[in-house]
Write a new protein. Structure first.
Length: 81
């Protein structure tokens, strides 16, 4: 079943997508499925395990189930010090 999501991109994800946000129609069941779909669409060198995801402004796990109308935020690895 397809759903419409808002995806917000940060840092390198924004650079790869060429935009900060987009609406996508997808049949991705989980955040990980969406990551793989967007990776194929926009490309990315980072593996999923190095990145973070938030759904509706709350940090989430990659196996979180997506529902129609969700807002998904993708964050690349962040180095600190």
């Amino acid at each position: 079943m397809s759903k419409e999501l808002t995806v917000r991109y940060f840092a390198m994800f924004r650079e790869n997508a060429g935009k900060t946000e987009e609406r996508v129609t997808t049949s991705a069941a989980t955040a990980a499925d969406l990551f793989r779909e967007l990776h194929d669409r926009h490309g990315s060198a980072e593996p999923l395990a190095h990145c973070k995801v938030a759904i509706n402004d709350e940090m989430a796990s990659w196996d979180s189930v997506l529902t129609d109308g969700d807002t998904v935020l993708l964050f690349p690895p962040v180095a600190g010090g």
